[in-house]
Write a protein that binds this ligand. Structure first.
Ligand code: SF4
Length: 462
C-alpha cells in the first residue's frame, strides 16, 4: 500500500508509472543487498575501480592509440567517428557496401545517442531490437526509459496488452508467455539478418579484446550469426589491461543488477574478428565514437563524468528519476548520469537537466566508480548560469528560476501565480504552450500552498 504525504492534495498524475518503477527498483535493491552482504570487500573494489577509471581518463589518448594499434595490426577495421552524424554515416555506408536489408541489434545506449535506428530505417534497413526490453519499447514506438532496463516503466500487464495488439493474438499476462512469443519472433529475425549491431562494454588497450556483458544471450547472436558485425564503442570505454577489465566487470554487474557476473560475458579477441574473419565470409567493423567526449575530457572539472561504466545504479537510487521516470529527461541518457553526461557532450538544450536532482547524494553513494555526481551536477548548474544570458530561451528559464527562488517571500504574488496556473491548466492544450513537452506531466498546483497549510494548521492548533 502506497502512503502519501498527507499535506499534498495533488496526487501524482502517473501513479502507474511510479508503481512500475517502485516494483522493479525494490526488486533490484533486494537482490543487490543480498549479494553485497556476501562481499565485505565491495567498497575496496569500488575504490580500485574508481582509480582505474580516473587514471585511464588522465591518459586516454595513449590508451586509445595502443588499443587501435593492436586491432589494426590484427587486420581489424577501426573507424573513428567524431560526431553522431559521422557514426550514423559510417554504419549506413557499411550497410550499403554489404547490401544489408535487415539488422539485428543488441542494447546499446550509444546507438540511441547517435540516433542510429531512425537513420538506418530511413536508408531502407530494417532494424530489429533483440534485447527483450528494447524490443518492447520498439514495438510500443517509445524510447528506453532506463539505461539497463529500457521498459522499466511498463508493468507486465501493459506488456501483455502491447503484445496482444502487435501480434494480434491474446497474450496472457504471464512472464513465460511474453518471453516465448518474443523468442519465436526474434529467432527468425536472427537467422535472416545480414548485419548485427552491438555496443561494447569495454575495449582492452593491451590486447585489443572487446568485452560484452548481457543477460539474454541475444548479443552473442547479433555478434556471431549475421555475416557483418558492427560494434559501436564510446572512446572513453577503455580498460588498460585484462586485470583492470576484471575489476570493472565485477563492479559493473554488482552495482547494475546485483549479480556477481552477467549471465553472458563475451570476450572477442582480434584474431577472431581480424584477418581470419573475411576469409570465412564474415566482416567486422569497430566504430569509435567521440561525439563530444573529447570536449568533456579536456575540462578537468568535468572529466570525471566520463568514468561512468553505464551500470544504471544511480537511476535506481535517484528520488527524482523514480518519481518522473526516464522519458521526462527527453534525452538518450536519463537519471543522474544523464543529467551530467548530456550537458557535457551535447550542451544545447540539455543544461537544464542539472536541476533534475535534489543533490541528496544517493547517486554518489551507489556509484561503483565513486563519481561525485552531486559535484558534477553543481558544475552543470554553473555552466547553465554562465550561458544563461547568452540566449533568449535560457534567459527566460533563468528569470523563471529567479522568480521561483524568491516567490516564497511574496505569498500574495505566489498565490496569484498559482491561481493563474490553475486556470491555464484547465485547458489541456495549454500544457504544451507552457513548453513542458509531451512526455512530462505538469500537475495542477494545489489550491493552498504548503506554507498556508503549515502555518494555518499551526494557527488552528494554537
Ligand atoms: S554514474 Fe555511476 S552509478 Fe550512474 S550509471 Fe554511471 S557508473 Fe553507474
Amino acid at each position: 500500500m502506497r502512503t502519501r504525504f498527507p499535506l499534498l492534495d495533488t496526487p501524482s498524475p502517473n501513479l502507474q508509472l511510479e508503481a512500475n518503477l517502485d516494483n522493479a527498483i525494490a526488486h533490484y535493491f533486494q537482490k543487490r543487498a543480498l549479494t553485497l552482504a556476501e562481499i565485505p570487500e565491495y567498497q575496496d573494489l569500488v575504490q580500485r575501480a574508481r582509480n582505474i577509471r580516473l587514471d585511464t581518463l588522465n591518459d586516454l589518448p595513449s590508451h586509445l592509440k595502443r588499443f587501435r594499434g593492436v586491432l589494426e595490426n590484427a587486420g581489424v577495421r577501426v573507424i573513428e567517428a567524431k560526431s553522431a552524424e559521422e557514426a550514423r554515416r559510417a554504419v549506413s555506408d557499411i550497410a550499403k557496401r554489404h547490401d544489408v536489408k535487415r539488422a539485428v541489434k543488441s542494447k546499446s545506449m550509444l546507438s540511441e545517442e547517435v540516433r542510429l535506428n531512425e537513420f538506418l530505417e530511413e536508408s531502407g534497413v530494417e532494424v530489429v531490437e533483440t534485447d527483450l526490453g528494447e524490443l518492447i519499447v520498439q514495438l510500443a514506438k517509445e524510447k528506453p526509459s532506463h539505461i539497463l532496463t529500457p521498459c522499466i516503466h511498463k508493468s507486465q500487464r501493459e506488456i501483455a496488452e502491447l503484445f496482444s495488439r502487435v501480434f494480434k493474438r491474446d497474450v496472457p499476462d504471464e512472464e513465460s508467455a511474453i518471453a516465448e512469443l518474443a523468442r519465436v519472433f526474434l529467432r527468425e529475425k536472427f537467422f535472416s539478418a545480414d548485419m548485427g549491431l552491438t555496443g561494447v562494454n569495454f575495449g582492452v588497450a593491451e590486447t585489443g579484446t572487446l568485452a560484452f556483458v548481457e543477460n539474454e544471450g541475444n548479443l552473442r547472436y547479433c555478434a556471431l550469426l549475421p555475416r557483418v558485425h558492427v560494434a559501436l564503442m564510446g572512446i572513453e570505454r577503455i580498460a588498460p589491461d585484462m586485470e583492470t577489465l576484471g575489476t570493472l566487470l565485477t563492479v559493473l554487474t554488482l552495482a547494475g543488477t546485483g549479480q556477481r557476473a552477467g549471465a553472458y560475458t563475451t570476450l572477442l579477441s582480434p584474431p577472431e574478428f581480424g584477418r581470419k574473419a573475411p576469409k570465412q565470409g564474415r566482416f567486422f567493423y569497430l566504430i569509435l565514437v567521440d561525439n563530444g567526449r573529447s570536449g568533456l575530457l579536456s575540462d578537468p572539472k568535468r572529466r570525471e563524468t566520463l568514468a561512468c561504466i553505464r551500470c544504471g545504479a544511480c537511476l535506481n537510487a535517484c528520488v527524482v528519476y523514480r518519481h518522473i521516470g526516464g522519458h521526462a529527461y527527453q534525452a538518450p541518457y536519463m537519471g543522474p548520469i544523464g543529467a551530467i553526461l548530456m550537458p557535457g557532450i551535447h550542451p544545447k538544450g540539455t543544461e537544464h537537466l542539472g536541476f533534475f536532482s535534489t543533490l541528496c547524494g544517493a547517486c554518489r553513494e551507489i556509484c561503483p566508480v565513486g563519481i561525485d555526481i552531486p559535484g558534477q551536477l553543481l558544475a552543470v548548474r554553473e555552466q547553465f548560469f554562465r550561458h544563461a544570458t547568452r540566449s533568449p530561451a535560457r534567459g527566460v528559464r533563468y528569470l523563471a528560476f529567479l522568480l521561483a527562488s524568491h516567490i516564497g517571500r511574496h505569498p500574495r504574488v505566489a498565490s496569484l501565480a498559482r491561481r493563474v496556473l490553475r486556470l491555464m491548466l484547465a485547458a489541456p492544450c495549454l500544457k504544451h504552450v507552457l513548453g513542458w513537452g509531451k512526455v512530462r506531466d505538469l500537475p495542477v498546483p494545489a489550491s493552498r500552498s504548503f506554507q498556508e497549510r503549515f502555518w494555518g494548521d499551526r494557527t488552528d492548533a494554537a
